[in-house]
Write a protein that binds this ligand. Structure first.
Ligand SMILES: [Cu+2]
Length: 128
């Protein structure tokens, strides 16, 4: 009887350890991005959860677009395509809460990307 109780206690402890372990790893996964997802304002692109939101934005010539990094990791807003920056705009590293603005005076389609996550983070500005 004592042995059975002891065995059950060990099983219970292991179950708790497992549950706490899972919770911790879930928290760890989320901690570098922003769980407080925002909605971009007009002419604004939010950088959140390792992506640009909206991914494509259309504005009229002369509009200033502002990017805001909501993540807890650095990102860049770099014109061109991954691996081939074209020098039109370059934010440098943006930490959490940092912003970058650029005035789009020329009509056209402007692809951009994040230098630090260029396999997944791309966006487009369309100026009409
Ligand atoms: Cu990035």
């Amino acid at each position: 009887m004592i042995k059975k109780t002891y065995f059950l206690s060990i099983v219970t402890l292991l179950l708790f350890a497992g549950i706490i372990g899972c919770s911790k790893s879930d928290y760890g996964t989320n901690s570098y991005t922003n769980s407080n997802m925002g909605t971009p304002a007009t002419n604004e692109v939010l950088i959140q959860n390792i992506s640009f939101s909206p991914q494509s934005i259309t504005v009229s010539a002369g509009t200033t677009i502002k990017w805001t990094n909501k993540d807890n990791v650095a990102h860049t807003v770099t014109s061109g395509t991954p691996g081939s920056p074209n020098g039109i705009f370059e934010s440098g590293n943006l930490g959490n809460g940092a912003t970058f603005s650029f005035i789009f005076n020329t009509k056209g389609t402007f692809p951009y990307y994040c230098k630090l996550h260029q396999d997944t983070m791309t966006g487009t500005v369309i100026v009409q």
